[in-house]
Design a binder for this molecule. Structure first.
Ligand code: PEP
Length: 255
C-alpha cells in the first residue's frame, strides 16, 4: 500500500549534541533538495539540550524537516530529577517523540506499562509517538517473536483510541550491530504487526511501520522496496548527514 505516510528518521542518541555539531549537520542537510509536499517526513531526533536550536534550524531551512525528542517522562511535573516533561517538549515546539526504544527498555528498565503511559501522555497532548518494538535474539531463537510483539503492542497501546502514531520495528539484535534483518524477516514481522494491530482495534494497513536496525546506504535501497516498510529509524548511519541523505534519496526514488 503506497499511500501510507513514509518517514526517514535520524536518531542521534547521545551524539551530535553540541550547538556547533548540530549546525554543521543542518548545513550539510541544506545541500539536498527537500520538497514540502512529499509523502516522506524527514525527522531528526537530537539530544534534549539542542532541541530548541534544532527546531530553529529546521524552520530557517524552510524544508519539511521535523524534530523529535528521544524520550519523555510520563508524569506532568514534579520531583523526577533529570527527566523531561511533555510541557517542556511543547515549549520546545517538538512534534514527535521516540518511545520505548530498546536501549531505554534495556538500560533504564522501561516497562510496557510505562511505555503505555508515555504513549497516552503524548497522544492526548497532540504529539506523534514513534513507538519502538522488537524482539531480542533470545526471543527470536525461542520462536517468541509474535508473542513479544503482541505483548509490546497490546500493553503499549492499551486504552488508546487515537491512531496518530508510528511504529518502528527494531529487532534488538540488529540495533547498532551491523546485522540487518533479512527482507523476509522484516516482511514477516511487519505483517505480524499489522495483524496484531487489527486484533487490538486499529487498522493495521493504515499505520506506518518503519524498520530500524543497522540500516545504511548499502542496504536501504533493497529494504525500502519492501511494500510493508514505510521508512526507517536510523541510528549509527544517521550521524553522517551525507549517509542519511543517501538513504532519504533512495526513499524519494521509491515513493
Ligand atoms: C536505533 O537506535 O534505533 C537504530 C536503529 O540504530 P542503528 O541504526 O545504529 O542500528
Amino acid at each position: 500500500m503506497k499511500n501510507r505516510m513514509k518517514y526517514c528518521i535520524a536518531n542521534f542518541k547521545m551524539n551530535l549534541g553540541t550547538q556547533s555539531s548540530l549546525t554543521e549537520y543542518f548545513n550539510a542537510l541544506k545541500q539536498n533538495q527537500f520538497s514540502k509536499n512529499e509523502m516522506i517526513d524527514v525527522i531528526v531526533a537530537p539530544p534534549f539540550t539542542v532541541l530548541n536550536n534544532a527546531v530553529s534550524l529546521s524552520l530557517d531551512f524552510n524544508s519539511n524537516i521535523k524534530i523529535a525528542a528521544q524520550n519523555v517522562n510520563e508524569n506532568k511535573s514534579g520531583a523526577y530529577t533529570g527527566e523531561i516533561s511533555i510541557d517542556m517538549l511543547k515549549d520546545a515546539k517538538v512534534n514527535y517523540v521516540i518511545v520505548g526504544h530498546s536501549e531505554r527498555r534495556a538500560y533504564y528498565n522501561e516497562s510496557n506499562e510505562q511505555i503505555n503511559d508515555k504513549n497516552k501522555t503524548l497522544l492526548s497532548n497532540g504529539f506523534i509517538p514513534i513507538f519502538c518494538i522488537g524482539e531480542t535474539l533470545e526471543q527470536r531463537s525461542e520462536n517468541l517473536i509474535e508473542e513479544t510483539l503482541r505483548e509490546q503492542l497490546s500493553i503499549g497501546l492499551l486504552n488508546i483510541r487515537e491512531k496518530n502514531f508510528i511504529i518502528a520495528y527494531e529487532p534488538v539484535w540488529a540495533i547498532g550491530t551491523g546485522k540487518t534483518a533479512t527482507s523476509e524477516m522484516i516482511t514477516e514481522s511487519h505483517r505480524m504487526i499489522r495483524n496484531i494491530l487489527n486484533d487490538i482495534g486499529f487498522d493495521g494497513q493504515k499505520i506506518s511501520i518503519l524498520y530500524g536496525g543497522s540500516v545504511n546506504r548499502n542496504n536501504a535501497k533493497e529494504l525500502i522496496a519492501l511494500s510493508d516498510v514505510d521508512g526507517f529509524l536510523i541510528g549509527g548511519a544517521s550521524l553522517d548527514a551525507k549517509h542519511f541523505l543517501h538513504i532519504y534519496n533512495f526513499m524519494k526514488e521509491n515513493v
